[in-house]
Design a protein around this ligand. Structure first.
Ligand SMILES: Cc1cc2nc3c(=O)[nH]c(=O)nc-3n(C[C@H](O)[C@H](O)[C@H](O)COP(=O)(O)OP(=O)(O)OC[C@H]3O[C@@H](n4cnc5c(N)ncnc54)[C@H](O)[C@@H]3O)c2cc1C
Length: 383
């Protein structure tokens, strides 16, 4: 084992121990009451998780994306919301690491790595999510600053976090539309308002909010990369990473739903035998386990392509689509196996069942993933 591989293995072991001792015992109660896991977040900071894929040169752990995906899978099996706290934060950090100027990297990455500055990505608006080029938030140059006006919605980590990567139009009249889009490092300050925390079906405990920008001033040196018009490109680079994250979450939720079903089906007896011995239940378990295995393999295959620096939108799209649909199917099948108890708030299954649908939507809906896969198939295989 190389030194790096050993370090990565040790990090996975440490995170697994942390999840079992510091997260699993508290997740159910925190989720039920939608309480932000502040103490858990402090411990995640201390473990360096906010910088896990940030380059060591800038204070991060420098883990590979394939190890990061393993961490996310493990976290999501225990409590998916915990993974969300670092996922969108790291997409913001990745945008700076990959596209930022050297001065931006030196100023921000070390503070992202410690979690001193932390947050997520501000893309979605009340009138658009998939069609990002339709955003209406505008940044206008004014001396050494830009003045930003507009609204965002569904922004995760925006209440307890303090910084977001904010997608705006610097030229709302540009054609094609993406040439007028730019991405800023936006720290909270006057005019940056969190107007409402949204109530959600699942993915509770973590803050997802509506934001309003009213003459919010951001210094011009916070424009990522220092050049206007590159914002959509920066976001799309980051979304490949985001899709691998979401796929890993799906693999984690799918695996936890299976684990609970394997345990429960050995304990619950009907007609004189454990229900796992009824063929109808065994068939479900067989399908669920196969989905888990295939999900993890797809996630790892996409993550390794990402680590090699290859274009992997098709691979990330396949992993995201399959693993998240698997999470949904396994959560439902596990609920069936649990009978009435699966519907009870005392059991974890109903949480997995409420968490899973988000994965079908976030980081590009699964409808879009299939379109991306098809487009890539044609592009890579010209007739
Ligand atoms: C809990 C939660 C957390 C979130 N966190 C964040 C965050 O941190 N930051 C952020 O910026 N956003 C966040 N989002 C928003 C999320 O990224 C969007 O909801 C998502 O991109 C979909 O956009 P939309 O909701 O506007 O749906 P729409 O774009 O309106 O889509 C509606 C439906 O139409 C389909 N559709 C749209 N266009 C096409 C097309 N061309 N072809 C086929 N089908 C199409 C979609 O697949 C979907 O089924 C979050 C959302 C949720 C629910």
């Amino acid at each position: 084992m190389t030194h790096d591989a050993e370090l990565e293995r040790m990090t996975v072991d440490a995170v697994e121990k942390f999840l079992e001792s510091e997260v699993r015992p508290y997740a159910h109660a925190l989720e039920k009451d939608d309480i932000y896991p502040a103490e858990i977040v402090e411990k995640m900071k201390a473990m360096g998780l906010f910088g896990c894929i940030i380059d060591p040169e800038y204070g991060g752990l420098g883990l590979s994306v394939s190890t990061y995906a393993t961490l996310i899978e493990r976290m999501s099996a225990v409590w998916m919301s915990i993974s969300g706290i670092i996922n969108s934060h790291l997409i913001m950090a990745w945008a700076v690491q990959r596209n930022g100027t050297e001065a931006q990297k030196r100023a921000y990455l070390p503070r992202f790595a410690t979690g001193e500055l932390r947050g997520g990505i501000g893309l979605t608006e009340p009138d658009c999510g998939t069609d990002l080029q339709a955003i209406r938030t505008v940044a206008q140059r004014d001396g050494d600053d830009y003045v930003i006006n507009g609204a965002k919605t569904w922004i995760t980590n925006s209440m307890y976090g303090n910084t977001i990567a904010l997608l705006v139009k610097t030229d709302p009249t540009a054609t094609p539309r993406h040439k007028g889009m730019s991405l800023f490092i936006a720290e909270k300050g006057p005019g940056f308002k969190v107007t409402r925390k949204l109530e959600k079906l699942g993915y509770r405990g973590i803050d997802t909010c509506e934001l309003q920008f009213e003459d919010y001033r951001v210094p011009a040196d916070r424009l990522i990369g220092g050049v206007e018009g590159k914002g959509l490109k920066h976001v799309l680079n980051g979304l490949e990473l985001g899709r691998i994250n979401v796929a890993a979450r799906g693999a984690g939720v799918a695996r936890e739903a299976l684990r609970e079903a394997v345990m429960y089906s050995q304990q619950r007896k009907t007609f004189g035998k454990p229900i796992c011995e009824h063929q109808a239940i065994a068939l479900l378990l067989g399908e669920m386990a196969t989905r888990c295995e295939a999900s993890t393999l797809l996630v790892q295959s996409a993550a390794r392509a990402f680590d090699r620096g290859e274009r992997c939108d098709m691979e990330a799209g396949m992993a995201k689509f399959f693993a998240t649909e698997s999470a949904m199917s396994n959560a439902l099948d596990s609920m069936r196996i649990h009978g009435g108890y699966g519907y009870s708030k005392d059991f974890n299954i109903e949480r997995l069942y409420r968490d899973a649908p988000l994965l079908l939507i976030g980081e590009g809906t699964n409808e879009m993933q299939r379109l991306i896969i098809a487009r890539q198939l044609v592009e890579r295989n010209p007739a």
